[in-house]
Design a protein. Structure first.
Length: 486
């Protein structure tokens, strides 16, 4: 049966009509019944056979494969039905569907070929399942949730070796994320939420969100915006940059206006948030005037943290303002600073350290100061070794140490480039040590007005054997209450 539609046949399945006054009407009727029996709820055993089976079951159906032979010759692609001891052939029309038991697959006839309904490949079913407005599986989809599934579980399996689930967005400021809900109210979200970093967020009510974790897209570094989280562990030495045209919203890693920090304190805070491990951090500070006070803080790791200004001309890198310019938390670690000038206005010391920690100072210029140039207390230690220092302004004291603190100038040169006034140049109290071992005072045409030294309370001031007039001043030094001058 070639399925050529005639006026005596139905328009779709070509079932023969029983005509008026037709003899043997049962023959026509039975032919139509056989066609319906074959084609309604069409299910074939196979579509890979090109030769008919030797002993087919009555009613068995096949899609004839290419290059058919025997009684199937010239019937490629047709539905072959074994009915009442003979083969009947039905030519498919566009859109016919058939279940293929041998493949567990639903087939559709399109563009002259049978294709799996689920394949969706090029040229297969562009109109069957592409560009659907929405799909709901066991639930109703809508204009927002165009694919909706209600099921105990969903499986996305592989074809081949792997499987990728892709969520795409149009621009960086858009969102591509997975949202977890309770009673359709958001409780957790992960993905690219508003930028191209990877975010993990949680919410108690679907309205207020807390970002627990973020992975930087450029470096892979993990940060914890709320808790602070684990510290970044250095695997190499690191340098941060500070400039007067920088910004504390930068990352500090480039010596440009768009990369450097604005304040020295921001660079210190950033370094102290790291795990330095066995590596060092250097903070390079460009020329300029920096008004913000500096607090040296404890850090994790061996260190040190080194802060470098202009070592050739320290006056070009000026730390000036009201209050102490450099201070420290009670348990600060080891810092190195060089290449700065300090000045205070109205109040404050140039450097005021208190607590367990070490500051190594070099290439420094001490400008006018309302308090003392160096005020070191409570076990803190300041070392000015193998460096040059300039005093260009007056202060209450040049160096005052107390409560087991240490001020140690060793193999240093201290130069005056102006005449200055101190209550005392060096003052030690309460078991402190102020040491000028192998140190040279270079006064030139300038002088110091004030007491040379004052040691009390079991403290020690050492000139390294330089004698009673070694430390500059206009009046003699003094000792009291167990204080010693060497």
């Amino acid at each position: 049966m070639g399925f050529v539609l005639l006026m005596n046949d139905t328009p779709n399945l070509a079932l023969p009509y029983i005509l008026p006054a037709q003899a043997q009407k049962h023959v026509t009727h039975n032919e139509a019944i056989r066609a319906i029996d074959c084609l309604v709820h069409l299910s074939v055993a196979s579509r890979t056979l090109s030769v008919p089976p030797a002993t087919p079951d009555n009613g068995s159906r096949f899609i004839v494969a290419a290059d058919a032979s025997g009684s199937w010759t010239d019937h490629d692609g047709k539905v072959a039905a074994y009915q009442d001891g003979a083969w009947a052939f039905y030519g498919p029309q566009e859109g016919w569907r058939a279940w293929c038991a041998g493949e567990d697959a639903l087939l559709v006839y399109q563009d002259g070929a049978w294709t799996e309904l689920s394949s969706g490949g090029p040229g297969d079913l562009p109109d069957a399942f592409d560009n659907l407005t929405h799909v709901g599986i066991n639930t109703t989809a809508d204009v927002t949730n165009k694919l909706a599934i209600k099921s105990p579980a969903s499986l996305f399996d592989n074809t081949g070796n792997g499987h990728q689930q892709k969520i795409n967005k149009a621009a960086a400021a858009d969102t591509a994320s997975v949202l977890y809900q309770t009673n359709y109210s958001g409780r957790a979200e992960m993905g690219l939420a508003g930028d191209d970093d990877f975010h993990f967020k949680v919410s108690p009510d679907g309205s207020t969100w807390y970002e627990a974790l973020k992975i930087d897209r450029n470096t892979g570094r993990v940060s914890f915006p709320i808790s602070g989280g684990p510290r970044e562990v250095l695997t190499a030495n690191r340098t941060y940059y500070v400039r007067t045209d920088g910004s504390d919203s930068n990352n500090g890693l480039a010596n440009t206006s768009g990369g450097a920090f604005l304040t020295i304190q921001k660079a210190i805070d950033t370094a102290c948030a790291l795990d330095l491990s066995i590596y060092n951090v250097t903070i390079n500070v460009a020329d300029g005037t920096y008004a913000g006070a500096i607090t040296l803080k404890p850090y994790l790791g061996t260190g040190p943290i080194t802060i470098v200004g202009n070592t050739s001309t320290p006056g070009n890198c000026l730390l000036m303002g009201t209050g102490s310019r450099i201070s420290a938390e009670s348990t600060f670690a080891t810092y190195q600073m060089r290449g700065f000038e300090t000045q205070t206005v109205t109040s404050g010391n140039s450097i005021a350290l208190s607590g367990i920690g070490i500051l190594q100072l070099n290439n420094w210029r001490f400008g006018a100061c309302a308090g003392s140039h160096l005020r070191i207390d409570n076990g803190a230690r300041l070392h000015g070794k193998s460096g040059s220092f300039t005093i260009s302004g007056s202060a209450s004291y040049f160096a005052i140490g107390g409560y087991s603190a240490t001020i140690d100038f060793n193999n240093a040169t201290i130069t005056l480039d102006a005449s200055v006034t101190f209550t005392a140049t060096a003052y030690a109290q309460y078991m402190a040590l102020v040491n000028f071992q192998q140190t040279t005072f270079s006064l030139g045409a300038y002088g110091v007005t004030g007491q040379r030294y004052n040691a009390s309370g079991l403290s020690l001031i050492s000139s390294g054997g330089g004698g009673a007039s070694f430390i500059p001043g206009s009046t003699a030094g003094a000792t009291a209450s167990g204080g010693t001058y060497l």
